[in-house]
Design a protein around this ligand. Structure first.
Ligand code: NAP
Ligand code: GDD
Length: 342
């Protein structure tokens, strides 16, 4: 039996990865942050199978202790302040967690168990103002947010520990991946949750920012499989994980309304753009400039050819299935809320 340590286990990816590793027979340890009200987040349903350790990415002592307790063979570093928009509000905390936190974890491994294998959750946000289309492992980086800049440090320090200490340390450069467990503030889940509320009559419209931004969206369940594969190779290397398809936020919204049986049409431009329900003529989407970012990543589309060829990775959940699963899940959640309120 192998031991795995997952930082960020309560988040979206942490929960799917924990399920995958438990299925594979790993003993799974997960880092928890202390909160005033105990909250297991997305792993509440499997909490009895996980060995929780209270720790924080900003506290290297707690990470050293976590390594001593877990004696992890594989460490998956998924913990992060992961919401790009908030990184302009808390740039220093974002850097402490997403940049220095990676060094803290790498040092804890180096001190306690240097032979442990390390996965770093790198991101397509590092490509930012993209220098090539599509983006792959050779594309130069140009981050456009404090989050992207911090993650770029995490990416390079991982590579540096690999080269300096011959550690098995690697990064998955993952493009956007979503799921039924996505945080409510990310655009996909914000849309599917609002669509469910609009469909069930408890909300009139959703307000969004830049509808022209393009993202390469996959499902988290497919992407955590890639994380595991990255740690099972003969030697450590970095890989891009993506679908090689890109769509605008507008297209995601259109697909989500369609999945709920609402056909929409868009009219107007820029901040005056709206979408109406074709059947009723009601406005169901408005643009609100408050959701625009100080600097935007306009276009992401990844080329996962290296991962497909060398890792045998491929995504199984299509864009349409992703949207349908998220809308169906939110319809069930909102329906339940309505019933319990009555
Ligand atoms: P998420 O749902 O926001 O989860 C983030 C996790 O990090 C949570 O468990 C959170 O714990 C934990 N965390 C935050 N600050 C911490 C700290 N100081 N110490 C310890 N734990 C801390 O994120 P996700 O979507 O699963 O993403 C997982 C990782 O992949 C992140 O590093 C993200 O930046 C990266 N990534 C994500 C995507 C994507 O599209 N989802 C793409 C590329 C890379 P609490 O529950 O206590 O808040
Ligand atoms: N959140 C949000 N809310 N985004 C909006 C909105 C809105 O109301 N309206 C438009 N957008 C646009 C954003 O400007 C951005 O261009 C795009 O939708 C996606 O935003 P998010 O869903 O917040 O994700 P992200 O792409 O910024 O970051 C996610 O993906 C990265 C990988 O590329 C996060 O999961 C990061 O942690 C991850 O690294």
């Amino acid at each position: 039996m192998k031991n795995a340590l997952i930082t960020g286990i309560t988040g979206q990816d942490g929960s799917y990865l924990a399920e995958l590793l438990l299925e594979k027979g790993y003993k799974v340890y997960g880092l928890m942050r202390r909160k005033s009200v105990v909250d297991y987040g997305n792993v509440d349903h499997i909490k009895d199978k996980i060995h929780f350790i209270y720790a924080d990415m900003q506290d290297i002592v707690s990470l050293i202790t976590a390594m001593k307790i877990s004696q992890a063979d594989e460490v998956y570093n998924l913990a992060a302040q992961s919401f790009v928009a908030t990184s302009w509000d808390t740039p220093c905390t974002t850097a402490d967690i997403d940049a220095i936190g990676v060094t803290n974890m790498l040092e804890a491994i180096r001190i306690v168990k240097p032979e442990a294998r390390f996965y770093q959750a790198s991101t397509s946000e590092m490509f930012g103002k993209v220098q090539a289309i599509p983006q792959d492992e050779t594309t130069p980086f140009y981050p456009r947010s404090p989050y992207g800049v911090a993650k770029l440090y995490g990416h390079w320090i991982t590579k540096n520990y690999r080269e300096s200490y011959d550690m098995y340390a690697c990064s998955g450069i993952l493009f956007n991946h979503e799921s039924e467990r996505r945080g409510l503030e990310f655009v996909t889940r914000k849309i599917t949750h609002a669509v469910a509320r609009i469909k069930l009559g408890v909300q009139d419209y959703v307000e969004l920012g830049n509808l022209d931004a393009k993202r390469d969206w996959g499902h988290s369940k497919d992407y955590v499989r890639a994380m595991w594969l990255l740690l099972q190779q003969d030697h450590a290397e970095d890989y891009v994980i993506a679908t090689n398809e890109t769509r605008t936020v507008r297209e995601f919204a259109e697909a989500a309304f369609k999945a709920a049986g609402i056909e929409v049409e868009f009219e107007g431009e820029g901040v005056n753009e709206i979408a109406k329900d074709k059947a009723t003529g009601k406005v169901v989407l408005k643009v609100n400039p408050d959701f625009f970012r100080p600097a935007e990543v306009e276009l992401l589309i990844g080329n996962p050819a290296k991962a497909e060829k060398e890792l045998g990775w491929e995504r199984e959940i299509s864009f349409n299935e992703l949207v349908e699963r998220m809308v169906k899940n939110d319809l069930a959640i909102v329906e339940k809320e309505i019933k319990s309120a009555n």
